[in-house]
Structure formats: structure tokens, C-alpha cells
Design a binder for this molecule. Structure first.
Ligand code: ADP
Ligand code: NI
Length: 210
């Protein structure tokens, strides 16, 4: 198989795995992350483009939020696929990258300075901020049946606006590459504009921020 065929085969494998996911985690997220990762690497020229593309395609295929305790079997399935696709040479690297790419990853291990990991992390994080980040957050919150805002700060109820403070507003500071740092500025500003308008509307008539 040539590289184009391997990419096609990987796309098919990834698309099979999306049943039941919220649309913040769908094929189009993968497609955007792949394109963004490619762009970042074109600017930075630090990673092998083919390995990066394979890792981008597979990066959410074993996601713990959907696989539950089956996360390890998710990695095994991906390893099996990489062998079948003739990618023995990069299989350990790809698995290590996708194990570490998530923001919520608590016990990172392996080579955390791998350029493939650094770029993929940036691309994934950029897709969680800006207008698309807002759309994905509310979509995910709805999928989880969370309320979108809880104005009572004495109550510790998970909400989508809360997620902005727990994660989204921090991402700008966690970008690895200069290219991603630059792209994060506008997307981060958009989150702040969105929140400002949100509170303005929420407080309407209360004598608060209007
Ligand atoms: P990562 O790619 O770092 O693992 P996640 O899989 O946790 O990120 O999140 C995927 C998408 O779902 C992101 O856009 C993220 O902002 C959103 N998301 C995750 N957790 C929540 C939450 N509790 N409320 C709203 N959106 C969420
Ligand atoms: Ni992702």
C-alpha cells in the first residue's frame, strides 16, 4: 500500500468508530484537527507530516469519555489497525501520542516533547476555542444533559459556562508552538466577547451589567 492508500484506510477506520458520539467529536472535528495540524507543521517544520496525519486521524478513536473502562481495549484496537495497515514502524509512537494528547490526561508518560504530540495537542486545543469551541462546548453540554449556566455560585453544579473557566479560557496559555499561540489570540478573544454578551443578556433588567 502506498501512503495515500494508508491514509484512506485510516479515514475509513476512524469513520466506523463514531456511532453515538456527540457532534463535537465527529468526523468534522477530526478533519479540522488534521488540517490545522498540517498547517502548524508547514509553519514550524518540526514533525514528520505522514506520522502527524495518521496520529491526527486516530487521536479520538479511543476517547475515554465514550469508551468508559474500555479505553485500553480502544488502544489495542488501534494498535491492531496500525499493524494491519503496515505501520509497525510508527505504531508505538502514534499510540503514545494519542494517549497523551488529551487535556484531561492525568498521568502523562512517554516522550512528551515529541513534535507530533506538541502539534496535535495544539490543533486539538485550537478546535476547543473560538466560535467552533463555543459550539462544541454547548453541544457537548447538551449531550451530557448539563445546564448551560448556573448563576448560583453556592451550588456546585456542572454547567457549560463553567467549563469555559475550567478549561476553555486556559487553553490559550497552554499552546506549544508559536504558530498556535498566534492563532489562539483571536479565538480566545472571541470566548471573552461571547461571555461578555452572555452576561449582559442574562443580567438584563436586574440593574446589573446593562
Ligand atoms: P480533549 O480533546 O482535550 O480530550 P475533550 O475530549 O475533553 O477534550 O473535549 C472535547 C470537546 O468537548 C471540547 O470542545 C470540550 O470543550 C468539550 N467539553 C468537554 N467537557 C465538557 C463539559 N463538561 N462541558 C462542555 N463541553 C465540554
Ligand atoms: Ni480531539
Amino acid at each position: 500500500m502506498n501512503r495515500d492508500e494508508v491514509i484512506k484506510m485510516t479515514e475509513e477506520f476512524v469513520k466506523q468508530n463514531f456511532d453515538g458520539h456527540d457532534s463535537g467529536h465527529d468526523w468534522w472535528h477530526i478533519e479540522r484537527v488534521r488540517r490545522m495540524a498540517k498547517f502548524i507543521n508547514e509553519q514550524e517544520a518540526i514533525a514528520d507530516q505522514f506520522t502527524l496525519e495518521i496520529a491526527a486521524l486516530l487521536h479520538d478513536s479511543a476517547d475515554s469519555k465514550f469508551a468508559g473502562n474500555e479505553i485500553e481495549s480502544g488502544y489495542e484496537r488501534i494498535t491492531g489497525f496500525l499493524i494491519k495497515a503496515g505501520l509497525d514502524e510508527i505504531k508505538d509512537q502514534v499510540i503514545e501520542v494519542i494517549r497523551n494528547v488529551s487535556f484531561s490526561k492525568k498521568n502523562p508518560s512517554g516522550n512528551l516533547a515529541d513534535p507530533v504530540l506538541l502539534i496535535l495537542q495544539d490543533a486539538d486545543r485550537l478546535d476547543a476555542i473560538g466560535a467552533i469551541g463555543v459550539a462544541r462546548a454547548f453541544n457537548y453540554g447538551g449531550f451530557r444533559n448539563n445546564i448551560f449556566y448556573n448563576p448560583d455560585i453556592d451550588q456546585d453544579i456542572p454547567s457549560t459556562i463553567g467549563h469555559f473557566y475550567e478549561k476553555l479560557l486556559l487553553l490559550k496559555y497552554r499552546m506549544n508552538t508559536l504558530t498556535a499561540k498566534k492563532l489562539a489570540v483571536e479565538r480566545h478573544e472571541f470566548l471573552e466577547i461571547f461571555l461578555k454578551q452572555f452576561y449582559k443578556e442574562w443580567e438584563f433588567g436586574t440593574g446589573g451589567k446593562n
